[in-house]
Design a protein around this ligand. Sequence first.
Ligand SMILES: [Zn+2]
Length: 127
Amino acid sequence: MHELALAEAIVSALVSEVAKGQRVNKVVVLLGELQNLDREAMEQYLEAGLKEANLNVRMEIKQEEASFRCRRCGASWRLSEARISPEEREAIHYLPEAVYAYVRCPSCASHDYEVVSGRGARVLLEE
Ligand SMILES: [Zn+2]
């Protein structure tokens, strides 16, 4: 159900941008790797919403890779570089909060890091 709410929010933001005179040809939706969102459902809801709002806009849905920065040593890394097993990766996909249980800083093994990207969803409008 997150997908529907998100698609509706994107469409209504788009409608108000267009009403303000902003030209939008394309909307790019970046779904965070740590966000358990169904890309196909997202696509369907968005397509339906755009049609209903009479917006002739192309859309593209991409995955945004998760990346991290260690608060202790300053190292940066991506989820694909984290030393975790396929099972742990799968667990993170289903329960993104699990990332803190499994992922450690690859250089100092600290659990004290921030998630720089890959959380939530971002929307980019292109003219
Ligand atoms: Zn570190």
